[in-house]
Design a protein around this ligand. Structure first.
Ligand code: FAD
Length: 414
């Protein structure tokens, strides 16, 4: 990206920051004053800085809170900065250090524990939602994506440029590329192409000294660390360069539900044995939750087998009949679509929507409705025996609104 070279000499400008700040100001006022003193920035500060007294402060803060557990906490950012340019981030880093404020960086705000906007010490929130430019290079099968872009914005933009290129990352369209790529990022293409982090080929990060570094300048150790180690531990990631992957023009999706009365437990048991060994073009996730039974007043457990196959239905059906006949998949359960159609489908499943939607829904950053939730991931290395699964179902009956999601590895992930 063009702006990189012009900011390498950034450190030389730091001394200019320390002009007069009246001692009577509180810490957030001093921080804002420091930004105004920063070279070349004063004209734009009022458009990117939200102190707690600003009338837009709460709406900017709440905009990307995806979990009601973290609404209305007493610990809020002293100031929110919504950078439009790299030097806005650099100025924020320097002024935060000067005034002893921690920095939290937020992209899509989907962190399960609110780590991008909750802290017990005074802090500044850098919300990078304005930095979401995406440039796709179809010929070289790469793209630059700014870290404030969501997965939905990335997938949509790729699909506007090519029907046979995709990117292997997560399902939920409102997840941010800033947190997701720096933590790994798994989704429906991972068995063939690995994680999002496996397909990053360059990045721009601003370090603690305010230097903007690309892959070469940061070195391979740091480049390795920000692809799985969590970006916030190392700086503020501005943009990623990603390798796009080939996808067929036709893929097939299905979402087949089976209750306990329809042998859900036994099918899951068999699924555990085969799902990671299937043709790497097929990904079958299992979502398990409590539902009302067809018998009035009773409840049961339902497993949804949610899948995407990189190919047509004629190839998928025999493959499933051979490997997982217990599911009883039929042609009528399947829909042929494009790769972007499969992304829309997977998001509809996630949100419980049955409407046939256009890909533009992927651009809606507020589509994921926040609820109160606690989420946790873990690895299952050996198949869970039937009585173990039945124990899990008992737990699901006990909690008001719990859900389990099983995602198979295998293929490139082994
Ligand atoms: C509804 C939902 C669906 C999900 N689906 C999937 C899925 O299918 N696959 C999957 O792998 N994961 C999934 N996740 C988990 C998700 O990928 C992670 O929580 C991810 O970290 C969220 O990224 P974010 O940018 O939206 O979150 P944020 O809360 O903004 O950020 C998460 C972390 O990354 C840091 N960070 C964000 N941006 C930057 C940046 N620019 N520079 C440095 N650090 C930064 C934050 O400070 C924070 O520590 C899902 C989560 C939710 C809530």
């Amino acid at each position: 990206m063009k702006y990189l070279s012009s900011y390498f000499t950034f450190a030389t400008a730091i001394a200019l920051l320390f002009s007069f700040e009246p001692p009577s100001l509180d810490i957030s006022e001093k921080f804002v004053q420091c930004l105004y003193n920063y070279p070349h920035i004063s004209n734009s500060v009022s458009n990117i800085v939200y102190a707690q007294t600003n009338s837009s402060y709460s709406s900017i803060l709440d905009m990307s809170i995806r979990n009601y557990r973290f609404f209305n906490l007493s610990s809020k950012p002293q100031v929110i900065v919504t950078p439009l340019e790299v030097f806005h981030i650099q100025a924020t880093i320097m002024c935060s250090q000067r005034h002893g404020l921690q920095i939290l960086t937020r992209s899509g705000g989907h962190d399960y524990e609110g780590l991008s906007y909750v802290a017990e010490v005074p802090f500044v929130l850098i919300d990078i939602f304005n930095l979401r430019q995406i440039t796709v290079d179809v010929e070289n099968q790469t793209a630059w994506v700014q870290a404030g872009a969501t997965l939905g914005e990335l997938y949509y933009t790729i699909s506007q440029k090519s029907k046979t290129l995709g990117f292997p990352a997560g399902v939920c369209a409102t997840v941010g590329t800033g947190g997701h790529f720096s933590g790994g990022g798994y989704g429906f293409l991972m068995r063939k192409y690995g994680l999002a982090a496996d397909n990053i080929i360059d990045a721009h990060i601003i370090d603690v000294n305010g230097n903007l570094l690309d892959r070469k300048a940061m070195g391979e150790d740091l480049f390795w660390a920000i692809r799985g180690g969590g970006g916030a531990s190392f700086g503020v990631i501005v943009a990623w360069k990603i390798k796009l992957v080939p996808v067929p023009s036709t893929v097939t999706v299905f979402n087949v539900a089976r209750t306990l009365e329809e042998n859900a437990t036994e099918i899951i048991q068999k699924w555990q044995l085969v799902a990671n060994k299937l043709d790497e073009r097929i990904f079958i996730r299992v979502d398990v939750k409590k539902v009302n039974s067809s018998e009035p007043g009773k409840q049961t457990i339902q497993a949804n087998f949610v899948s995407m196959f990189q190919g047509g239905v004629e190839e998928l059906i025999p493959l499933m009949q051979k490997s997982l006949p217990e599911l009883g998949l039929e042609r009528k359960d399947c829909t042929e679509t494009s790769w972007i159609g499969s992304v829309v489908f997977a998001n509809a499943v996630l949100l419980g929507s049955t409407v046939n939607e256009a890909p533009e829904v992927l651009l809606n950053r507020s589509r994921f409705r926040p609820g109160i939730n606690k989420a946790k991931s873990d690895y299952v290395r050996k198949p869970i025996p039937i009585d173990g699964l039945q124990g899990l179902w008992r737990l699901l009956y006990e909690v008001p609104d719990g859900e389990l999601q099983f995602a198979p590895y295998g293929g490139k992930m082994d």
